[in-house]
Design a protein around this ligand. Structure first.
Ligand code: GGG
Length: 352
């Protein structure tokens, strides 16, 4: 198979982890006889420094003619510490999702058995947890009208959802549930928010087309609690942009570390694959970032965008094998990890 993959390293550890994700894709091409070509484009803080635009036109046009995107992360502490800065790295990511119509973010929460004890949650509660999140990506407070008024004494972000946005991601979630444990938990705040009442109404309507799938509705506050209390009670979780962002960071503790969670953003055109973690400037340049989220994102890329199931599975098996042999990056290590099994970013990439 001949395919072009565009790498967007972005900021901070994004560069370090996508290097390893790309190497694994190259190895897959070599082992399975594919021809993958790679090109690079700028996004985020680095792009702002070069062009004052977090998603330059040149990047966008490259993305519109590629077969799949492997993305790292965006962000920089400079912006977190100065909320008055108007041009920000995250705007590049949000614009990219909108421009490419990437409305469904799939975040599989897969707990590798080998990491059962890496989590702070009790193993007997965790064992067998396997959740697939569908986070909506193109609506909600992220894209509603925002601004300041009253001489800067009031700020607002409009939480807005359109029926079609809820419908299209709900169909994706129900279809996915059909080939899993046939349960969708839709998460909203319908006791307070009008946009959540529309969300619930639309999900109930879509559910009628999938009689083989059980649907339940939970409020975000209760879902956040149950996720830790009884993670095995969830199969597919369907939720909006903001709630999905928060819940999946929480759910990363089920998998042991943010460094383990991959994601796929899909819509009507090209697919984008990225770790759920951000740019992590506190560890940037130290070579200790866990590249497994990027490597597992590469596995999702092969599976979803190219339909290469065997190749995708080979990556997951390699991850399992390396973890089973006891190798760890610092985020998934514990007091029992021997020194000679502690790996840096590149060593983990080498072993996979
Ligand atoms: N790889 C994920 C990433 O870079 N996250 C940084 C971020 O600000 N994301 C915003 C969002 O996911 O909505």
């Amino acid at each position: 198979m001949k395919k072009k993959i565009t790498i967007l390293p972005g900021d901070g550890i994004g560069k370090e982890v996508t290097t390893e994700g790309k190497r694994v894709l190259q190895k897959i091409a070599e082992l399975f006889g594919h021809e993958f070509t790679f090109d690079y484009a700028a996004i985020g803080h680095d792009a702002i420094e070069a062009t004052n635009n977090p998603l330059p036109d040149e990047t966008l046009s490259k993305l519109k003619s590629t077969d799949a995107i492997l993305f790292g992360a965006v962000g920089h502490p400079k912006y977190d510490n100065d909320p008055t800065l108007k041009v920000r790295p995250e705007q590049g990511l949000l614009k990219m999702r909108k421009e490419l119509g990437l409305y469904a973010n799939l975040r599989p929460i897969k707990l590798f058995d080998e990491l059962l004890h890496a989590s702070s949650i009790k193993p007997e509660i965790l064992k067998g947890a396997d959740i697939l999140f569908f986070r909506e990506l193109t609506g909600d407070v992220y894209f509603g009208e925002k601004g300041r008024k009253n001489n800067d004494n009031t700020a607002y972000d409009l939480m807005i959802y359109h029926r079609y946005e809820i419908e299209r991601i709900a169909h994706k979630a129900f279809k996915a549930a059909q080939s899993r444990r046939k349960k969708v938990t839709s998460v909203d705040k319908a006791n307070v928010l009008e946009s959540s009442r529309l969300w619930r109404e639309v999900v109930q309507q879509v559910a009628k087309e999938y009689p083989d799938v059980t649907v339940e509705h939970q409020f975000i506050d209760s879902a956040a609690m149950k996720l830790i209390q009884n993670p095995r009670s969830f199969d597919v979780v369907l939720t909006g942009n903001l709630f999905g962002d928060i819940l999946t960071d929480e759910a990363s503790q089920i998998a042991g570390s943010m460094g383990m969670l991959a994601s796929a953003s899909i819509g009507d055109t090209v697919g984008l694959y990225e770790p759920i973690h951000g740019s992590a400037h506190d560890i940037t340049g130290k070579g200790i970032a866990n590249p497994l989220a990027s490597i597992l994102s590469a596995s999702l890329l092969l599976d979803i965008s190219f339909g290469l199931k065997e190749e995708a599975t080979a990556i997951i098996q390699a991850v399992e094998g390396v973890l089973r042999a006891g190798f760890r990056t610092v985020d998934i290590a514990d007091a029992t990890t021997p020194k000679d099994k502690m790996l840096n970013t590149q060593m983990m990439g080498d072993l996979i």
